[in-house]
Every structure is written in structure tokens, then in C-alpha cells.
Design a protein around this ligand. Sequence first.
Ligand SMILES: Cc1cc2nc3c(=O)[nH]c(=O)nc-3n(C[C@H](O)[C@H](O)[C@H](O)COP(=O)(O)O)c2cc1C
Length: 398
Amino acid sequence: MRLRRSRCLTCYWHDNAFVVHPHPHGTPTALHPAAAEILAAFEDWSTPGEAAGRLGHLTPDTVQEAVTTLVRSGALLARGSEAARRDEQIAGLWGAWMPEASFFHYATQDVYDAQPGGDPPHDTGDPPGDTGNPPGDTGDPPGVAGDANAEASVEAPPPPLFTGHPQAPRLLLPRRPAGLGTPFGEVLYDRRTHRDFTGAPVSLETLATLLAVVFGPVDFIDCGRGALYRRTSPQGGSRQEIDAYVGVLGVSGLAPGWYHYDGLRHGLEMLSEGLTPAEAAHLCAGQSWAERPAFLVVLAARLERMSVKYPTPRAYRVCLLDAGHLGQTFALTATALGLGPAQTGAFRDSAVAGRCGLDDTGHTPLYVLAAGHPAPTPQDAPPPAGIPAFASTTLLDP
Ligand SMILES: Cc1cc2nc3c(=O)[nH]c(=O)nc-3n(C[C@H](O)[C@H](O)[C@H](O)COP(=O)(O)O)c2cc1C
């Protein structure tokens, strides 16, 4: 039988063991680190005998023994097998995203099939009692439990619900909400990503309303082990692991600089003074539009708030999904307030973390949002697609 190393293979040390972890459906297997050498001998289709020939210092029996384990784990694939075909296909399709993205995606997939019972355990941020869900479905965030050890963490002291910077100079924000009366349908269809702004400062009331609506608590619930809060966006397990840091460029009454939004007190905590348009663009990976909004908002995850409840790597997916929900609510609310919203996944992570005073270990940036007064006739709005554009587009699978 000819075998080859899976193209979708990640090896690492975990708990002092060398682990060979093929994806999508391989079994993470702890092996002697010599397994790496044996895997290296299977770059191309080879028999175990041929591989042993290339590994002169290992006996054929040792190689054969390792091969048996590596085949069982899915790290070595048989020529002509369905697993080998899928492996080629994934390697081709995920291409440049491999190994980082494909490993995370597949290594956190189908976790409920592996656990006894197959359903997420009842470990939930939802209030005890009637959740309105069918029996056996507590309404826990889809995809975050899935770990037989999830209960083990329940006793760990939970981190504070709100991030605070007690030493920072503080500004309590106005509480009179700026108008949010734009009809919902108009808001939905008027929302666009803006990259062209007038440069006029945004009023403090408008910024305060936007922050309160998107990031402030709406209500507090009893999860059975204490209080949690909810926002206008759904957030996995109501963990509210995402904090908002505001980079002010042009807001009336606020000096340019970096602030943390304190949702509990509805205030801004000043972290560092000074933010120039050039720095804003630099932080946003050199995108020139980021010079012109009135402010940036960095969404930073305090991972412990999520991991203390959900000790499974899949919960990191939920952090990213939560950031997306907040981003959408931000965009819609900014639109309703007459602002032009923008967002970017392209930013200089470490520099952004540094400016927000984040340690970038347990507290790390995920997403950068922005808003300002939109230019009435944006210079860089894409033209509508005409017949030539459709002519060069494949609309459907042939
Ligand atoms: C997660 C995410 C990341 C984005 N990153 C960028 C970016 O780095 N730079 C940019 O100019 N626009 C970025 N955008 C904006 C998109 O280009 C924009 O949403 C898209 O062109 C559709 O336009 P619309 O938002 O007006 O519907 C991003 C949008 C999302 C949702």
C-alpha cells in the first residue's frame, strides 16, 4: 500500500506531548517526536518499506509500527482512498489560508459528535427556568459548549463583567439620546460602508448615543451563578467579552486620543492623548480613508470572560461572531444617527493593542470600526454594475 502524509496536518506540543493533528476528520494523536521524521519520509506516495529505506537509523519494524498509528490517526493516507481525495481537495481550495485558517476551522468542527449525548451540555448564560426553548435546549450559544470538561470551569472565579481603568481620567457622557427615529427600513437600506467623510466634528451627544446603544447594557439577568448583562446585539452566552476602545479624531468637546468606553457608568476613560489622521491610517494598515472619520472604535475581546465558561477552542469562533454582530449594530445605529459607518479587518494588531493599552494576550483587538459625517457625494463610491460588468461575471454554477 502506498501512503502519503496528509497535506492538512498540524503538529504541536500540548501538555508536554508531541501531537500529530490531521484535519478535517483526523484524530489528534500524541506520539514520540520521531513521528515527525517518519512523516517527513512520506512526502510522496511511498510504501512503508521505501520510507524505512530513507530513514536508515530506524528499523523497518519501528517504522511499520509508527505507520500503523499514523494511518489510524489520519496523518498518513492511502493512495486512491476517499480520505486522500478529500485531502487534495481541501489543500487546493484552502490554498494560501493553510494551515492556520483550515486548522482552526476543522479542528473546532463537529465537536458535538464527539461528546457523550451529542448535544451541548446545559451550561448556559441563560437564566435558569423557562428559557422558551424546547426541553434539552437551553438556548446556550450555538457552538460554544461542546466540551465534556465544560463544567470543570464553572467554579473558577468569573472575571468582572465590565472592564474598568480606575486610574484613568474620566468623562461621564451625556444621557439625552440623540435621535434614533429613522424608520428601520430606511436604516437597513441606507447603510453603506463610507470611506469619504466631511471632516466636520461629530457631537459628543451623538457619540454618546452610539456607544450606549451598541455597547451599553440593556438589562441584567440572573444566570444562576450571578448577574450577566445583555446588549442590543446577541452575544454568545451573554458573556460580553468584547470591550470598546474609542480613538477620537474629531468629536466636539473631546481631545483627540484613546479612550475606553465604560458601559457601566456610561463614560469615557482617557488612556492616552493624541491621535492624528496619519496615525489612524497607519493603524488601519495604511488605508487612507481611515484618516478622515471622526472616530475609530476598536473591538477588543477579553478572552477570559468567554473561556472561563466555555473551555473549548470552538468558543473563539463565537468571539469573532460576536464582534460581527456588534459591528452590524454599530453600522445600523451610526446610519440612524446620520453618520457614515466603516469597518476594517485590516489593522496593525500589536500597534492597535498598544494604543488601547491592551496586553494583547488575554485582551486583544478583533475588529476596527469607524464613523464620521459622510461626504454628500462620496468620491470613492463604486459605480452601479452595468451590462459590461454582468457580461464578465459568472452568476450561477454552469
Ligand atoms: C468584516 C469586514 C471587514 C472589512 N474590511 C474592510 C477593509 O479592510 N477595508 C475597507 O475599505 N472595507 C472593508 N470592509 C467593507 C466592505 O468592503 C464593504 O462592506 C463591502 O464593500 C460592501 O459594501 P457595503 O458595506 O456598503 O454594503 C469590511 C467589511 C467587513 C464586514
